[in-house]
Design a protein around this ligand. Structure first.
Ligand code: ADP
Length: 597
């Protein structure tokens, strides 16, 4: 875990070291060597010019002149070679960091505690971090090294100028001090605007998706809303674009003003240095090499340094985001993100004891003092009106939220004492909002299995048959190995009902001892629906079955029906018992019955 530090940008070095230690070390060393080059240039050039002048006066080539020519040529060669090696190492570093950093971001994302995946701020943070993540990590390190390099370059030249003329040396440093806060402010404004513009752009991107994606095609046509959404998109896009343009313009003006100052410094330095030259306090070679170095340096300051300092602030904001992300709570087990073989433990009992729960950051309790017991061998149906808390109850049982009051026991063990992977291994779950994986049908079916590659065709076909998908598999050109979904050619997509049966089969193939089905028949036609209910209730797999549904006709044979009402179990019993009670269940059942008679 990373600690927040006083100089967050230094974390670019530790992140880079962690993912590409060799290349990062080499880059730091090379930059240090490159940073010393201007000072070396002044010394070798001054020596060369002075020796050349002496040779000119004496009209003969001296050994000292040969030596200074040798040193100066050596300097140019070394500078060129350092540049080439530096670019090569940089390229290798970027490739390495591209893979490693993205992988560690992904790992962290997968380990985040569940409620954060539903939290808007976290989602925005993750989206900001993931965009061009590797490039931004590499840019952050380069930026830091640029700053080190330029700092040393400036200091090197400043020291040499200071020895020639104290006032001019100080002026060089003063300009650096003036530019620093201006560029820093620009950088901060830039990042804020970038964050805001990014938000606007993401909204625009969503609208663009509504305008183009196949998922929206039917309603887009029948409701003819293209013009309306287009208008919204244009407004949204314009808003984001204008925001970033305004900041870029402002920064350009700031930076140009600062660079004018540095050009003035170069001119005045050249003029001022004439005085020590005339007084014989410095040689002609010294004068020419120092003025050349100052001109090079001011060019660097006016064109590069301002942008580098501005980028520094932008990179700092990125690393601060990264540090915040890195400190987000993770799931607590040792086996993070691993699929475990389904548990072979027999499930005897699940007990909810006075469980109360509210979502993080919410005031109202969704579950209130909820108590009930589920026992082995039975099929339980959970029913209730929308928003009553049925799905929340399942999320707690799955351990997705652990901040509840009261206790939840599986076989006498409180689930907070059970590691996440072990807990998951007890369940086969089909979610109400199931995903459609754009992969082969086989992958769609075995995705939840730890031994996905080893699942036999025979086993798959058993479940495919049970869920009435055999004809569907026959229709597909490559059978189970057909790539399905919308990315594929037309005709290889499944119907809504087929997708749902695939999701149920995927859950059943996991073969966990506790089976949970959340609205497993919502997309099915009545024939397939009643067949599926029969199979789920007869419970061919697992020790204990939980069915959440609105379709009351399908659960008449459930062992027990729990009616969730306002966060509590309002009533429970068999279908007949509940009808006798004339409570909410009886009312809901009568209403649904009236559709059919
Ligand atoms: P049901 O499954 O019975 O329709 P849920 O368990 O999904 O009901 O929801 C119960 C209540 O909890 C609802 O009022 C819903 O708005 C609220 N809720 C559900 N999920 C969240 C969440 N992630 N954050 C805040 N409130 C939520």
């Amino acid at each position: 875990m990373m600690k927040n530090s006083k100089f967050p940008s230094l974390q670019y070095i530790s992140f880079s070291m962690r993912h590409a230690a060799g290349y990062t070390g080499a880059l730091i060393f090379l930059r240090l060597a490159q940073a010393l080059m201007p000072a070396v240039q002044i010394l070798t050039l001054a020596g060369l010019l002075d020796r050349a002048q002496e040779a000119f006066v004496a009209r003969k080539f001296t050994d000292a002149l040969y030596l200074s020519i040798f040193l100066f040529v050596g300097f140019i060669l070394l500078d060129t070679v350092l540049n080439i090696i530096s670019s090569y190492v940089r390229m290798k570093y970027e490739i390495k960091i591209g893979m490693e950093y993205d992988r560690s971001l992904l790992m962290k994302k997968s380990r985040l505690i569940y409620y954060l995946t539903e939290d808007q701020n976290t989602q925005e943070l993750v989206s900001r971090l993931s965009e061009e993540s590797a490039e931004r990590m590499a840019k952050g390190l380069q930026n830091l090294l640029d700053l080190f390099e330029y700092g040393i370059r400036i200091a090197g030249v400043a020291v040499i100028v200071l020895t020639a003329h104290v006032g001019i040396g100080l002026a060089v440093m003063a300009i650096f001090a003036i530019m620093l806060p201006v560029a820093k402010k620009c950088g901060e404004e830039d990042y804020e605007a970038y964050t805001e513009a990014d938000k606007q752009m993401r909204k625009a991107a969503y609208l663009q998706q509504v305008l183009g994606h196949r998922d929206y095609a039917d309603e887009r046509k029948t409701f003819a809303y293209t013009d309306k959404i287009n208008e919204k998109w244009e407004l949204q896009h314009d808003k984001g674009r204008k925001m970033s343009q305004a900041v870029t313009k402002k920064n350009f003006i700031h930076i140009k003003a600062a660079s004018m100052l540095t050009v003035m410094l170069a001119v005045s330095a050249a003029a001022l240095l004439l005085f020590p030259l005339r007084k014989g306090m410095m040689t002609v070679g010294g004068y020419v090499s120092i003025v050349t170095a100052i001109i090079n340096l001011t060019k660097l300051m006016s064109w590069n340094l301002a942008y580098i300092i501005e980028d520094f602030t932008v990179c700092k904001e990125y690393i601060m985001d990264l540090l915040t992300f890195w400190q987000l709570p993770e799931i607590e087990t040792d086996e993070k993100g691993k699929i475990m073989q389904s548990s072979r433990e027999k499930i005897e009992k699940i007990v909810f004891q006075k469980v109360s729960f509210r979502y993080p950051g919410c005031e109202n309790y969704v579950l209130k003092d909820m108590s009930f017991t589920l026992e082995k061998g039975n099929t339980y149906a959970i029913v209730g009106e929308n928003g009553a808390g049925k799905t929340t109850l399942i999320k707690l049982l799955l351990g997705l939220y652990r901040e509840y009051e009261g206790e939840i026991y599986i076989n006498g063990r409180e689930i907070r004492q059970i590691g996440e992977s072990e807990l998951f291994s007890y369940f086969s779950v089909a979610y109400q909002h199931f995903p459609r994986y754009e992969m082969s049908l086989r992958d769609n079916l075995v995705l939840g299995r730890a031994d996905a590659r080893g699942v036999s065709d025979e086993e798959i076909r058993k479940w495919v048959g049970l869920l009435g998908l055999t004809d569907c598999v026959k229709r597909l050109p490559a059978g189970l190995d057909t790539e399905i979904g919308r990315l594929e050619e037309a005709g290889q997509d499944l119907s809504g009902g087929e997708w749902q049966r695939v999701a149920v089969a995927r859950a059943l193939l996991v073969d966990g001892p506790i089976q949970i089905m959340d609205e497993p028949t919502a997309a099915l036609d009545p024939i397939h629906e009643s067949e599926l209910f029969e199979k789920l209730i007869s419970g061919e797999t697992g020790d204990l079955h939980i069915l959440i549904t609105h379709r009351l006709g399908g659960i008449r044979n459930a062992s027990e029906i729990l009616v969730v009402q306002d966060g509590r179990i309002g009533e429970c019993g068999t279908h007949e018992e509940l009808l006798q009670k004339h409570g909410l269940y009886a009312e809901m059942f009568e209403k649904q019955k009236r559709w059919y008679v």
